[in-house]
Design a protein around this ligand. Structure first.
Ligand code: UGA
Ligand code: MN
Length: 415
């Protein structure tokens, strides 16, 4: 691109020297060079030059060019004025001044009425149209009322939906991939916010880490480090690791202990959000013999817990007959006990020292004093929302690597 600043050309120097040009008019792109060596100027320059250096122009010529310019200027002005006043509406000639103003500045939407009246062609249809107009107003009011009662509640529930903190102890074995994926996929379907706290013993396994990474849900992968080899109930320590974590970080939500192998419905997780302090519900199970289904959990009158389903004699000694997967509670009980007038002091934890079958009741006794502080869900506690079947295949390890040593035989059908 050419630079605007120019050095003086040898020619310019020459013209300056021989006086053909004035010292105050350096050569510019607007200046055209004629073969004869004479220069011609743009109109502006010509005007400026005319003002300062009149010796090249007579007074008469100068006045003539000014008059011509002024005349052109006035002509353009009048032409513009006329164009500006002309309406762009083709019906301008038919409209009176008042109509013009109305059509240009009014925001009324009258065309529908006019066109429908014309097409209907009789009074009856006009009356019908008026009626419809009135009906539309009534429907609008109805919609507002409906949103107030039901839809708005749903919207607000979603916005302020309580976080679910789902705690799952897990360990490496062949069927773990199936269990963890099944539970993870279900949690993906639950409305957020959901936090899945998955706890392993001693170290985080590659398999669990990879599954959680690919699941697409919010999770925390924790490790429970316990030197004691004589652990009676390993799930207990892993759940306690999660409880410590929730307490330390003051995680806010509803805590639910979800073993990886249980069967859960989506409804369960949605219903849990109703809980304020401590909620419980009946869980479906198989009896020890595995040949009949039994229930464990509350008997309710509405949301009030009035009794318990229990089937085995030894379990009559328990205060509360609830399965580990049959209750959820507000996490702030762990880190803000005063707010809930908590019955015991000290951290709320699962106990490794209790007899089998007493784990749940001893834990719940730290959270509530009696049934009056419980909420039975769903209303009447009349549906089974999850199952605890005890069908675990404990001993089977993950196969060593997934790569096949040989390609599988391929059969290609010939035509
Ligand atoms: C029984 C009881 O019903 C539970 O109340 C008790 O908490 C549980 O045992 C336990 O040992 O923790 P059950 O279904 O027989 O439940 O136990 P599992 O399904 O074998 O394990 C429960 C949870 O702990 C599962 O999520 C499992 O993955 C996990 N777990 C189990 C471990 O993380 N490590 C283990 O060595 C065993
Ligand atoms: Mn189990």
């Amino acid at each position: 691109m050419a630079s605007i600043r120019r050095t003086l050309s040898p020619y310019n120097d020459r013209s300056h020297q021989n006086g053909a040009n004035t010292p105050f008019s350096p050569q510019s792109p607007s200046q055209k060079q004629f073969p004869q060596g004479k220069t011609t100027f743009s109109p502006v320059r010509r005007f400026v030059a005319g003002v300062f250096f009149r010796k090249h122009q007579t007074r008469k010529n100068f006045q003539f060019s000014w008059n011509k310019s002024l005349l052109r200027c006035f002509m353009c002005f009048f032409l513009g004025l006329l164009l500006g006043m002309a309406p762009f509406n083709s019906d301008f000639s038919e409209l009176r001044q008042g109509d013009l103003r109305k059509s240009d500045f009014s925001f009324e939407m009258k065309p529908e009425v006019v066109s429908v009246q014309k097409s209907a062609g009789d009074l009856a249809s006009i009356e019908k149209l008026k009626e419809n107009d009135l009906l539309v107003g009534a429907v609008e009011l109805g919609v507002v009322e409906k949103i107030d009662k039901t839809d708005m509640k749903k919207v607000l529930d979603f916005v302020s939906g309580k976080q679910l903190i789902v705690v799952s102890p897990t360990y490496s074995r062949a069927i773990q991939a199936y269990y963890l994926n099944r539970l993870g996929q279900l949690l993906r379907l639950v409305k957020p916010p959901v936090l899945w706290i998955v706890v392993e013993m001693n170290e985080a396994s590659v398999e669990t880490s990879e599954m959680l990474r690919n699941m697409g849900i919010m999770y925390r992968h924790l490790v429970c480090v316990k030197n004691n080899t004589d652990v009676k109930d390993r799930g207990v320590h892993q759940r306690n690791t999660a409880l410590e974590h929730i307490e330390r970080h003051r995680l806010d939500g509803l805590v639910y202990f979800a073993d990886d192998d249980n069967i859960y419905s989506l409804e369960l997780f949605e219903s849990m959000r109703e809980i304020s302090r401590f909620g419980t519900w009946p869980v479906g199970m198989l009896a020890q013999s595995k040949n009949k289904a039994i229930l464990e959990g509350p008997v309710c009158n509405g949301s009030q817990v009035i009794g318990w389903h229990t089937n085995e004699k030894s379990k009559r000694l328990r205060r509360f007959h609830v399965d580990m997967s049959g209750f959820a509670f507000n996490s702030s009980i762990l880190w803000d006990p005063k707010r809930w007038h908590q019955p015991t002091s000290g951290p709320i934890r699962q106990l490794d020292t209790v007899k089998e079958g007493f784990q749940e009741t001893t834990f719940i006794e730290q959270i509530v004093e009696d049934e009056s502080q419980m909420e039975g869900i769903p209303l009447g506690c009349n549906r089974i929302m999850n199952w605890h079947l005890h069908l675990e295949a404990h001993g089977l390890a993950y196969p060593k690597g997934w790569v096949l040593p040989k390609n599988l035989d391929v059969v290609i059908p010939s035509k």
